[in-house]
Write a protein that binds this ligand. Structure first.
Ligand SMILES: [Cu+2]
Length: 473
């Protein structure tokens, strides 16, 4: 080899070695403050092509907030809400983390980020007394979606009270573009009283140890993603959900009714599975699910351990606007009566949750809306418009607006036989609704207040009387 050629190839090797080491230890360029968001919002995708120094400021705070209608809880939080703020950084970033513990806190707190490589995941570097701040640094070595949580003793209690959130470490090459991103985190609460028991509920250590959760919820409270709080998207859009599970105990069988996950980043890592119905999200773990919206509708997020969804709060909604593509899903095309055994009568459940009555009509209507959106909308449709030939409308229904006691009776005792609503005849069956007197008064107050109806009011006592007297003919 001639001298020049040797020199050239040596330069080549040196350049290669430099390139490889630069890849392993990407240079930190610049500095920025992390944008943090509350669920269900997610900070914007990272567009920079280099690693940087990211400054994260997170505050721990103990706050009294709503857990369910009529039920409050003293949550311990990262950033004032449950789940804690969503943090988004890039692989290779150098993070300067500041944990501030609000002076009003009764306890010290810290943070263990599963995205951290190092003892305790940041826990002992961040142990912070009330009214103090701690700083520690870490390098984001592995891309993925990670849970963070408080790890101050008793750890279980700090987590059970709401101290968890998600941190996304985007891979260097970024993530594929989608139209909407959402932050959904499941967790459970263990309270002294049963589900729905009113007032400020203290934490129950006994139930937590026995793993007997009273509440299993998405985003920190019952109804956080229901009705007006539902997450929204349009037909044709691609959505991505960053799903976490704070536990403290239960694993989640995360499922969206009426959708199939096109892609799931299993356990929030790199491996992608396709065409998944239900994905397991471990306590202290995550998953990223993606799907394209092919037709309009209300898609229900659940933990498919299904009593958690319908009896403990693990239910959310994704409302998709746009075209109902009949070829993909026709909706009901026909309804006939089928009654081989002469019909079924449903009994009112004895263990129906006890909730303190609404304080005023506004509160009753607000509660009623949530009941409507879980108990009635499947038949009477989202805006009370009904379904021709099958379910009569409640919007501007002459029957409803004229016959208060018959309407109460329909909900309490069920209804069947021929009925004419707004000039159209229906001959179908409405099953008795498994709801308490309070709940029925709330839902009817909502129905009467909505969609141009007559604004009649219904009290729990009126419902009680009709429950006692039997079906109103
Ligand atoms: Cu804590």
């Amino acid at each position: 080899m001639k001298y020049a050629a040797v020199k050239k190839s040596l330069i080549g090797i040196a350049a290669l070695v430099f390139a490889v080491s630069a890849y392993a230890q990407e240079k930190i360029k610049g500095e920025e403050k992390a944008i943090l968001t509350d669920a269900p919002d997610v900070p914007p995708p990272i567009t920079r092509k280099h690693a940087t120094k990211v400054i994260v400021d997170l505050e721990t705070k103990e706050v009294k907030m709503r857990l369910a209608d009529g039920v409050d809880y003293t949550f311990w939080t990262f950033g004032g809400k449950v789940p804690g703020k969503f943090i988004r950084i890039r692989e290779g970033d150098q993070v300067e983390f500041h944990l501030h513990n609000h002076p009003s806190s009764k306890l010290p707190h810290n943070i263990d980020l599963h995205a951290v490589t190092g003892q305790g995941g940041g826990a002992e570097g961040s142990f912070t007394a009330p009214g103090h701040s701690s700083t520690f640094n870490f390098k984001a070595l592995n891309p993925g979606l990670y849970v963070y949580h408080c790890a101050t003793a008793p750890v279980g209690m700090h987590i059970a009270n709401g101290m968890y959130g998600l941190i996304l470490v985007e891979p260097k090459e970024g993530m594929p573009k989608v139209d909407k991103e959402f932050y959904v985190m499941q967790s459970e609460f263990y309270t002294k009283g049963k589900y729905g028991a009113p007032g400020l509920q203290p934490f129950s250590m006994t139930k937590a140890v026995e793993e007997k959760a009273d509440y299993v919820v998405f985003n920190g409270n019952v109804g956080a993603l229901v009705g007006d709080n539902a997450i929204k998207a349009k037909v044709g859009e691609k959505v991505r959900m960053f799903v976490g599970n704070g536990g403290p105990n239960l694993v989640s069988s995360f499922h969206v009714i009426g959708e199939i996950f096109d892609r799931v980043y299993i356990e929030g890592g790199k491996l992608v599975n396709e065409n998944v119905q239900t994905t397991l999200v471990p306590a202290g773990g995550s998953a990223i699910v993606e799907f394209k919206l092919d037709t309009a509708g209300t898609f229900i997020l659940v933990d498919h351990s299904i009593f958690r969804a319908f009896n403990k709060g693990a239910l959310g909604m994704l409302k998709v606007e746009g075209e109902h593509v009949k070829e993909i899903y026709s909706g009901k095309t026909e309804d006939g009566i089928y009654q081989p055994e002469g019909g079924v009568i449903q009994e009112v459940g004895e263990s129906a949750p006890k909730i303190i009555p609404a304080k005023n009509i506004q509160e009753s209507i607000a509660r009623g809306k949530r009941i409507y959106e879980s108990s009635c909308f499947a038949c009477h449709q989202t805006n009370g418009q009904g379904l021709p030939g099958a379910f009569p409308p409640l919007a501007k229904s002459d029957f409803l607006n004229k016959n208060k006691s018959k309407s109460i009776s329909a909900v309490v005792h069920g209804m069947d036989g021929k009925v004419t609503v707004n000039g159209k005849e229906y001959d179908s069956i409405m099953p008795a609704q498994v709801l308490t007197d309070d709940e029925i008064s709330n839902v009817l107050n909502y129905v009467y207040s909505a969609w141009g109806n007559s604004k009649k009011t219904v009290t729990p006592d009126e419902v009680k009387a009709i429950r006692a007297s039997g079906r109103v003919k």
